[in-house]
Write a protein that binds this ligand. Structure first.
Ligand code: SAM
Length: 459
């Protein structure tokens, strides 16, 4: 992050703006609207600056800039056409440790002005760290159309009840849930539709109901997909935004974890490096205990929770304990890797069925019904099969599969590090020896792998 967005309280604070043209007017006007006392240092003020100077709390200083003008000032903006003057203003302000902005000169600035969407008291600021202002403006206009103008009124109505809610609902979780239902549901619609009186009545009602109900937790068992955050479902994202605590393991990409509510507690139940993984029974108990504390618990899993994810065991325990839960499917590694590698898992001409298999090695062997796998027009997908790959190839050939059957190994599928190796059953173990392949990896075996030559679309 080049610049940290902070919202300043400038009421009654003296701010100096140096410059003669419209750009100085725009900055000065923003400061004025934020309640600042604005000193305009301008020798030849343009018309708009002169007009601005007629407002209360704005005064014009018509003398050349000198550091003495910074006395008692708390924030400085250099918006002159004269870059040497801007530099002098910046240096003088920095000497006094005053926050300074030089228009279009981030290197001379200690703060920058973001694009603002003003729904006071709600303020949204968008910035590209002064790198690509056009993109910032485009984003801002999109957000403008997304955020109703009445959002500010909604915030004001809600703030009238803030203290009451605090007194009535002692638990933070209760309060959070109460506000989420008020700010997203019918009450919000009433305010946005201009019916604030009715909205107030409804808030009163909702408060009485919330006070009477005890906080019960819930568990969301959510599939986070194979890696690309864009493959999350809307439902997954919504629950990720409202959870109080998240239990995740190593397959969940950091970019996805970043989308979880910022102040949610994060518990890593599978640290890859130390090979420390919480035993499944302990994860199950943790889910139950956290939900019993009234928390909304997000159990975030790579891919789909019901495909080699042990999600079934977790909700089994929750069902026994009477804890409410929801399951959100995710795109499994098989779908994700196949799509991003350009390998359709089924195809009218090559494969009419697909099998998902675990290739996990146990005591250096894999006990599987190999004979069933050796069929024409079938695609095999092995999860967790990297270590066992030579054994998988050997067994399939030993049970009659053609040595030239195409095979693909997809590493870190759907992420920007995705790599795809293709070969034949016979050759792949040798190919693998000459490559450095990073987990997680998925193996796809079948005629469909040939289609990749034509259908690969991702670089
Ligand atoms: C314990 S299983 C979990 C599978 C997960 N529930 C799913 O539906 O994808 C872990 C295995 O999934 C596969 N896997 C998960 N993400 C992957 C990815 N991005 N690329 C390749 N394989 C992946 C690997 O075979 C890995 O060893």
């Amino acid at each position: 992050m080049e610049f940290l967005p902070l919202h300043f309280d400038l009421k009654e604070r003296r701010c100096l703006v140096v410059g003669d043209q419209d750009i100085a007017t725009r900055k000065a006007d923003l400061l004025r609207r934020a309640g600042a006392v604005v000193l305009l240092n301008s020798i030849q003020p343009c018309d708009s600056l002169q007009e601005l100077a007629s407002h209360a709390n704005v005064s014009l200083i018509s003398e050349p800039f000198h550091p003495g003008l910074l006395e008692d000032v708390e924030l400085v903006v250099a918006a002159s056409e004269d870059s040497a003057l801007n530099r002098r203003v910046s240096e003088a302000a920095r000497k006094l440790h005053l926050p300074v902005n030089v228009v279009e000169e981030p290197a001379l600035s200690s703060f920058i002005f973001p694009s603002i969407i003003d729904r006071s008291p709600i303020i949204v600021s968008v910035s590209s760290g002064a790198q690509i202002p056009v993109l910032t403006r485009l984003l801002r206009s999109r957000l403008e159309s997304l955020i109703p103008h009445a959002y500010g009124r909604l915030a004001l109505v809600a703030s009238e009840f803030r203290e009451r809610v605090k007194e009535t609902l002692p638990h933070q979780n209760q309060r959070r849930r109460f506000w989420e239902s008020v700010l997203e549901g019918k009450i919000a619609d009433l305010v946005l539709g201009g019916r604030e009186g009715k909205a107030r009545q409804e808030i009163e009602k909702a408060l009485t109901v919330s006070e009477a109900s005890s906080p019960i937790g819930e568990v969301y068992l959510v599939g986070a997909g194979p890696g690309d955050p864009d493959l999350l479902t809307f439902k997954a994202l919504r629950l990720m935004r409202q959870a109080d605590v998240v239990l995740y393991d190593r397959l969940v990409a950091p970019e996805i974890l970043d989308l979880v509510r910022r102040d949610a507690e994060r518990i890593n139940v599978g640290k890859e490096r130390s090979r420390h993984t919480l035993p499944q029974e302990e994860i199950n108990e943790l889910l139950v205990n956290l939900a019993r504390q009234g928390k909304r618990v997000l159990r975030l899993k790579g891919g789909d929770p019901f495909i080699f994810g042990r999600g079934g065991e977790e909700i089994d325990r929750l069902a026994d304990a009477g804890i409410p839960f929801q399951v959100v499917p995710g795109i499994s590694a098989a779908n994700g890797c196949a799509a991003y590698a350009g390998i359709p898992l089924t195809h009218r001409d090559y494969s009419q069925s697909v099998r998902f298999i675990t290739g996990h090695l146990k005591d250096n062997s894999i006990s599987l019904p190999w004979q069933e796998f050796v069929q024409e027009h079938q695609t095999l997908v092995f999860y967790m099969g990297l270590q066992g790959l030579p054994e998988i190839c050997r067994q399939l050939m030993a049970h009659g599969m053609r040595p030239e059957m195409p095979i693909a190994l997809v590493s870190q599928g759907t992420t920007r590090f995705q790599k795809v190796l293709t070969s034949t059953l016979q050759e792949m173990p040798l190919v693998l020896e000459q490559q450095e392949v990073r987990p997680p990896t998925l193996i796809i075996i079948g005629e469909v792998v040939k289609l990749r030559t034509k259908l690969a679309w991702l670089d």
